[in-house]
Design a protein around this ligand. Structure first.
Ligand code: F6P
Ligand code: MG
Length: 441
């Protein structure tokens, strides 16, 4: 019997990897941005003396954290406040000798970074609800004007045409493929790779949508599953484990509305992060924030298609067809294959769903344990405990922003990609993506 394929998680000490580059160059800049954001918030707002003192202390702690990163210091234990994940982080640190910023599993260290930041804000009296990334998220969304208008126009026109059109299989598949591409390429807009992108930068990123750049495309299998006669479409529950707020979140909402309008799903549950995470990830308040911004004629002056789109989303939100939820497991440094023992309640919930869609790069890294798999490893194999035999129907929609990528057809395909985009270009830039499906059988 063939032994299951094993691979190991990428470390920040692995030469030439995106992990190493991130630890050496990107993290300190992200923390510096947080220091600056707290500073400009203090400058713009009138604060009571205790609020100000606490903000200064947080800023000071952030500077210490940045220094630890720059000097490749040891990863320090997180202060215990009784949150469900703290002991796990600290136990992990205790088990591994001398984890330092530039010598640690990348997935763990990067999640630990955002968890350390949350310990500072979350543990404070006045700043526990402060979202240090909010300004960046909101301004990137406002700067996404052109893409928002295009998406609204395309969606509303399609809806009108769809209502009139014959319901041929081919048309339905074409429409499904288009909307999946929208949700997939929405993931190209994330703010942990791009620091404060301008409207022009965003226009370029958001214009991309190339079916040919999907390196693992399981659309046909997904479509067959969704159209299998055994399933009663009208009863289906679909979950989306969200990634980024702003433009990507809008594409997810549009996707959710489409799934219900076309009776592919009855109900869609969106999983947000419980606290600010990886700069642009969606937190519970980001949905209301996005709707408010889109309703503002000052921020989005061309209203022709945006108003009807907002109305359509709002109907589903207020009817409870689209709901949101959170779980502490989404903000730990665990690979998802640890879910059966770390978060069995969450796994049990997801098992009841007809489809669970994981958006984005970080979720993909967690699905595949952030391992240096050979690129031709089947997606199901890389899912480990959540793959074969799990019964979970998993769809990953992710633009590639890290070295892990599985499900490719052949070594030939890998070689062609390496030639066309040397130095990991097809893995790291967000210009390529995957639509990977596992039926859990
Ligand atoms: O790989 C670069 C990176 O910033 C990682 O830190 C993280 O996995 C990812 O991009 C964030 O992207 P996404 O928002 O798609 O999860
Ligand atoms: Mg993200």
């Amino acid at each position: 019997m063939a032994l299951p394929e094993v691979a190991r998680p990428v470390w920040t000490s692995d030469e030439g990897t995106m992990a190493q580059e991130t630890a050496r160059t990107r993290w300190e800049g992200i923390v510096q941005n947080m220091v600056d954001t707290v500073g400009s918030f203090m400058a713009k707002n009138t604060l009571r003396p205790q609020q100000k003192a606490e903000a200064l202390d947080i800023q000071h702690q952030l500077r210490i954290l940045r220094q630890e990163i720059i000097s490749n210091g040891r990863l320090q234990p997180i202060n215990l406040r009784g949150d469900p994940d703290e002991r796990w982080y600290n136990k992990h640190l205790g088990c591994q000798t001398q984890l330092s910023w530039q010598a640690a599993p990348w997935l763990f260290a990067e999640c630990y970074l955002y968890r350390r930041v949350q310990a500072l804000f979350g543990g404070s009296v006045f700043w526990h609800d402060f979202d240090v990334f909010k300004d960046q998220k909101d301004s990137a969304f406002i700067n996404s004007q052109t893409a928002v208008q295009d998406l609204a126009m395309q969606f509303i026109i399609n809806v009108e045409q769809g209502d009139r059109s014959d319901d041929s299989e081919l048309l339905r598949l074409k429409e499904f493929s288009d909307i999946i591409q929208v949700a997939l390429w929405g993931n190209a807009t994330d703010l942990s790779l791009q620091n404060r992108p301008s409207a022009e930068d965003l226009k370029l990123i958001q214009k991309r949508r190339f079916a040919a750049a999907v390196v693992d495309n399981d659309l046909d299998q997904l479509w067959s599953y969704l159209n299998a006669p055994a399933y009663k479409a009208s009863d289906r529950n679909v979950d989306i484990v969200l990634d980024n707020a702003g433009f990507e979140l809008l594409t997810d909402l549009v996707f959710a509305v489409y799934l219900m309008d076309r009776r592919i799903a009855r109900k869609v549950t969106l999983h947000t992060k419980a606290f600010p995470w990886f700069v642009s990830d969606a937190t519970p308040t980001d949905i209301a924030s996005l709707m408010n911004l889109m309703r503002s004629a000052e921020d989005f002056p061309c209203r022709d298609y945006i108003d009807p789109l907002c109305d359509r989303i709002a109907v589903h939100l207020s009817a409870g067809n689209i709901t949101t939820t959170q779980h502490w497991f989404w903000t730990t440094g665990s690979a998802f294959s640890d879910m059966p023992w770390r978060a069995p309640d969450l796994l049990q919930d997801l098992s009841k769903r007809d489809l669970v869609i994981f958006k984005g790069d970080l979720n993909y890294r967690k699905l595949t344990s952030d391992c240096l798999w050979s690129h031709t490893t089947p997606f199901k194999t890389a899912l480990g405990q959540l793959g074969s035999g799990s019964g979970l129907k998993i769809l990953a929609l992710r633009t590639n922003k890290a070295d892990v990528c599985v499900g490719l057809e052949s070594e030939d395909q890998v070689n062609q990609l390496n030639q066309a985009c040397p130095k990991g270009g097809w893995l790291r830039t967000g210009k390529y993506g995957v639509i990977s499906f596992s039926d859990g059988e």
